[in-house]
Design a protein around this ligand. Structure first.
Ligand code: PRP
Length: 187
């Protein structure tokens, strides 16, 4: 295997720093704390991208709540997506009558979240709201908006803080923009 330099060498630049993430996630946590006091919501993380955001967000939410996870993948590739989403791991508990907060790392075309919302609505939760760390409205194909957004971002290849390219870079502690040569050349 060819020797590789550090992950940060593959970035064109840092888009959102650790300090910016910490500060904005603190604000989101305070908003959720205010909006969901006495509602005992279930936070539903969509794996795998959500894992770091979910961990930090939940530590800034100061209310009684529970959490669960789903794992999903889209059928086909980005350009030929049918809009259908495959459920690889479903919720482990009944959600009827409960307030759900779906936690995503990024809202891009919106296909995943709009499918997921409809999929869960059938189980008659009391409410479903969406929180996403990053929102790329310029890429939207499905008619869906997040209720809580960390940062609106440009249409660039972002990685880090849970977001991957070919399953790597998720462990960067900030959000960076990948250099085009990294994804334009085969590894
Ligand atoms: C990402 C992200 C969302 C979805 C958003 O997941 O976590 O689930 O894509 O894209 P959309 O708005 O165009 O549907 P991905 O499929 O990359 O899986 P991962 O969470 O395991 O990285």
């Amino acid at each position: 295997m060819a020797e590789r330099k550090g992950m940060c060498e593959d970035l064109a630049r840092i888009l959102i720093s650790e300090e910016q993430l910490r500060s904005r996630i603190g604000e989101l946590g305070a908003e959720l704390t205010r909006d969901y006091r006495d509602k005992n919501p279930i936070f539903v993380g969509v794996l795998k991208g959500c894992f770091i955001f979910m961990a930090d967000l939940l530590r800034s939410v100061d209310i009684y709540c529970t959490m669960d996870f789903m794992a999903v993948s889209s059928y086909g590739n980005g350009t030929t997506s049918t809009g259908a989403v495959k459920i690889n791991k479903d919720l482990s508990r009944d959600i009827a009558g409960r307030h759900l907060i779906i936690v995503e790392d990024i809202l891009d075309s919106g296909i995943t979240l709009s499918y997921l919302k409809q999929y869960l609505e059938v189980r008659r939760p009391a409410s479903i709201k969406l929180v996403t760390l990053l929102d790329k409205p310029s890429r939207r194909r499905a008619d869906i908006r997040a209720d809580y957004v960390g940062f609106e971002v440009e249409d660039a290849f972002v990685v880090g803080y849970g977001l991957d390219y070919a399953e790597e870079y998720r462990n960067l502690p900030y959000i960076g923009i990948l250099k085009p040569e990294v994804y334009e050349t085969e590894k």
